[in-house]
Design a protein around this ligand. Sequence first.
Ligand code: BEZ
Ligand code: FE
Length: 304
Amino acid sequence: MNQPDTTTPTRPDNREALPATPEALREAVLAANRHTTNPRLKQVLDSLLRHLHAFAVEVDLGYQELEVGIDFLVRIGKATGPEKHEGILLADILGLATLVGLIDAKKALAAGGTEPALIGPFWRAAQPLRENGANIAADGTPGDKLFVSGRILSLDGEPIANARIETWQASPGGLYENQDPEQAEMNLRGRFQTDSDGRFSFNSVRPAGYAVPVDGPCGELLEAQQRAIMRPAHLHFIVMAEGYKTLATQIFDADDPNAYRDVVFGAVGSLLHRFEQVSDKSFRLNLDLKLEPGAMRVPMCPLP
Ligand code: BEZ
Ligand code: FE
């Protein structure tokens, strides 16, 4: 329950009126946060409030601009639904999702763990569990074939059995199944489990790069910034195993023309792989994904 606060200097019955300066206001706002009981929430809010006030002062923010910003956030919420998560897309195009992934994986990266990459807005909650070796491409899906195999390993190279792997990718047309009425439900998506040697495998088709959705407020922002809107071709992976920190990552096609121009800043060095050509229209990708010890967590899933 909210406790009455008898000490915050902004109370109307306080005899000492605050000087009307940005600094005094900032201190009053910080003082209003001092009873927040959850210590992590208090730390995050303290810092957020300090930076928010400093930002408004630095850019000399006007009230009309504040209205534009609030309206933008409201529209981000309204543009989010079962087809697309505009809020996640915003964190992605601002580079925030990639930054948080890097912060989270600091220790793993220092110890040779697999680099993370953002989950993005298109992971679905109920992706079908499939046998290793299964084809995640429904009959009739066009494109070059791609066979993906790999191992899930600990940092010291021990295989991790019974790890859960979520994978999803865009079609050779550059669309996820939920964006494309031509594709079968759950096409190019699957959930796999590693065998006793930590191995998994599946058949698919080679994905194409695509433009991020620009039909919402994020599109307006990208347009205002005059930014390129492409992502290089990639496959998504989320790996979950008891006793290990969950890894969300992507493997990028190093031959994609946009390999070094990812609009969401996710395509980093070690995640760029050459898809090995095995015949005219058939490619192969072999991966070792290394997990850091820690608590497993099921990430928030953007789509049903
Ligand atoms: C994706 O990889 O699915 C994605 C990430 C960020 C924005 C749009 C799509
Ligand atoms: Fe993607």
